[in-house]
Design a binder for this molecule. Structure first.
Ligand code: ADP
Ligand code: NI
Length: 232
């Protein structure tokens, strides 16, 4: 086999991911990957990063998400590693991509293992790209799709959001989908790493705030909350 160019590696990876994610839940399907990949390339234009590393990490970051694999967090990174090794990608590149996949997730940042956290410019770019897809109009669509997939309530005024969840509680939460806005989606704006990411996040955040405000007005026309936070 000839040595593949970077763009051939990326093409092969796209085909692999598309195939592997056939039938995935609508918020974690190949189109999620495609959007994160595009966000990644957009953000990467302003950052000095290894473009092959961020591309492969974006494409492979949800290849076997733990929440669709009985909580197993190793399947995804292992699958990615095996696939890239078959393509004869450089060991150093593979190692970096695998570390990004292991560390990108919101839940893995809930409980910081002091001193043991991996970080890199490449991780920060892909993490921003993934976070952006959890925000704004698309973020709202994905949240309710996931809630529907899990047969969750849309909203239940008697179940308050829990802002102090441990990683295990977060993974096992069966709370209404609106709670996820307070537990994750509305917190993302202040977690963005890059300048481009921060700018894009700002607009998507405002849009979600407007959305929850409208939601409570429609839920009970007699209540007139000033903003989403006052209704919970
Ligand atoms: P992480 O595990 O790092 O939080 P996820 O893959 O769970 O990242 O989140 C990706 C997206 O899946 C979220 O942005 C949201 O759209 C959806 N999602 C995950 N958990 C929930 C939930 N409890 N309620 C609604 N949507 C969720
Ligand atoms: Ni993702």
């Amino acid at each position: 086999m000839h040595k593949m160019s970077d763009s051939e590696i990326v093409e092969q990876t796209i085909a692999f991911v598309k195939e592997t994610l056939t039938g995935a839940e609508g918020g974690h399907d190949f189109f999620h990957i495609q959007r994160v990949f595009r966000n990644t390339l957009f953000i990467a234009k302003d950052e000095k990063v290894d473009v092959l590393v961020v591309s492969l990490a974006a494409l492979l970051h949800d290849i076997a998400d733990a929440k669709f694999n009985k909580g197993d967090e190793n399947i995804g990174p292992e699958l990615a590693e095996r696939f890239l090794a078959e393509l004869k990608v450089k060991k150093k590149t593979i190692a970096h991509v695998v570390k990004i996949i292991k560390n990108i997730s919101f839940k893995n940042n809930i409980e910081k293992k002091r001193g043991r956290k991996f970080n890199s410019k490449e991780l920060r770019v892909v993490q921003d790209a993934d976070r952006l897809d959890a925000m704004g109009a698309i973020g709202i669509a994905r949240a309710f799709n996931y809630g529907g997939f899990k047969n969750r309530e849309i909203y239940n005024p008697e179940i308050a959001p829990n802002l102090k969840m441990t990683k295990e509680q977060y993974k096992n939460s069966a709370a209404p989908t609106i709670n996820h806005f307070y537990e994750k989606l509305l917190l993302l704006k202040d977690k963005m790493n890059t300048e481009t990411g921060k700018q894009l996040a700002e607009q998507r955040h405002q849009y979600m705030m407007e959305y929850v405000r409208q939601f409570y007005i429609e839920w009970d026309p007699l209540s007139r909350p000033m903003d989403g936070n006052e209704a919970i």
